[in-house]
Design a protein around this ligand. Structure first.
Ligand code: AMP
Length: 366
């Protein structure tokens, strides 16, 4: 079987690495011939919205999936008519626009922060009056890793924020004073089988995931998260991995966003779970039996953002698993990650602290 992946980023690369032992082979579509997927498969060079290139990819494979969300829905609808395209186009569409996503959550009774669309400076004033300050003004589309958003704390900041982000459809959301952030990764196969990974607790810096800790065992949160995940999987007639990111406030979950794909907060599953999110995504879209999502220890995953620690120093940490994506170093760019898996939560936390110290004190390396 050949799998086509739109996008050859690190997620595509990890999908391919998980698929090779199953006998799967991979072809990517990406504008950059240097993209990480090229290390483990052939890249068809081209834009995600180029119909000829999408058709070339589809013709070369049995199933098409994606590792990025900014794939134009109109462009992939034609290939979805010819080849299995999973997760479904509708899930991709819903996730691309923060307003549609939050409206979908609301319609499924999944709690969200209060929100309002903002298409003009007057809309922003009205939204701030209705929702209050502080709040977050975000671009509805193409925002990721904290890009395209501004926290507003005072009325005097509205003009500058609108001047910076306006000109494209926006959403204003109430600021959630959360105690922590968690994510749930769910899997549903084309045969309807489902499994859910344990919750992961995620710490962001400047809107970018810094590290995740899993399993984060909180029975009441897990129960809420499973209920919301089931609603989304059913509603979207989903196949593949689906991620929901939540804020936790006073023991309740508030959904922030969903991603219809494997997710950075699930990288720990490569070494920290019986079956990784990447392998289960492939199993799910191929209608194969899903693997166990049970954790095999206590994991922490740390992103390497903008620079990499020295390999030899990092490998001295017990339980360390190192992933370099082979990308050129650039500020705010995810260049790699490391997961430590330990027999106890205490040992995991010690290893995590060592790793974080290494990043702070380590000489930047590419
Ligand atoms: P997002 O791009 O929506 O995933 O936002 C990136 C990060 O910014 C989140 O993980 C939060 O840490 C923070 N953030 C986003 N929206 C809000 C909000 N409404 N209230 C508080 N923090 C937020």
């Amino acid at each position: 079987m050949k799998i086509g992946i739109i996008g050859a980023g690190q997620l595509g690369r990890m999908l391919a690495l998980a698929g090779y032992p199953l006998g799967l082979r991979f072809v990517f579509l990406d504008q950059s011939p240097e993209a990480p997927g090229g290390q483990v498969g052939r890249i068809v060079p081209g834009a995600f919205d180029d119909p000829a290139k999408l058709a070339e990819l589809a013709a070369a494979v049995d199933v098409v999936t994606f590792d990025v969300e900014n794939v134009p829905v109109e462009a992939v609808e034609s290939i979805a008519a010819e080849r299995p395209f999973l997760p479904p186009v509708a899930a991709l569409g819903a996730s691309q626009d923060r307003l549609h996503e939050k409206t979908l959550f609301r319609s499924l009774k999944i709690p969200t922060a209060p929100f309002a669309p903002v298409d003009s400076r007057e809309d922003l004033t009205r939204a701030v009056e209705a929702i209050g300050l502080p709040g977050v003004l975000k671009t509805r589309r193409l925002g990721y890793d904290g890009r395209g958003q501004r926290v507003l704390r005072k009325r005097s900041e509205l003009d500058a924020a609108f001047a910076q982000l306006g000109g494209t459809p926006l959403i204003y959301e109430g600021f959630v004073d959360f105690s922590c952030e968690v994510s749930l990764i769910g899997v549903r196969s084309t045969r309807g089988a489902t499994c859910f990974y344990p919750l992961s607790m995620n710490v962001h810096e400047d809107g970018i995931l810094r590290y995740s800790v899993a399993p984060y065992r909180r029975a009441s949160l897990e129960k809420q998260a499973h209920t919301y995940m089931r609603r989304l999987l059913r509603h979207l007639d989903y196949a593949g991995v689906l991620t929901i990111e939540f804020f936790v406030k006073r023991g309740q979950l508030i959904a922030n966003e969903m991603a219809p794909r494997v997710h950075n907060s699930g990288h720990w599953t490569i070494e920290g779970a019986e079956t990784s999110q990447f392998e289960n995504h492939l199993r799910a879209i191929l209608g194969l039996p899903l693997g166990s999502s049970a954790p095999v220890g206590h994991s922490a995953m740390v992103n390497f953002i903008g620079d990499m620690p020295q390999l030899e120093q990092a490998l001295r940490i017990p339980g360390m698993h190192f992933h370099s994506y082979g990308k050129e170093a650039r500020p705010k760019r995810k260049l790699g990650h490391a997961t430590v898996v330990a027999p106890s939560a205490a040992a995991r936390d010690r290893a995590l602290q060592r790793l974080l110290r290494l990043l702070k004190s380590g000489r930047p390396r590419s």
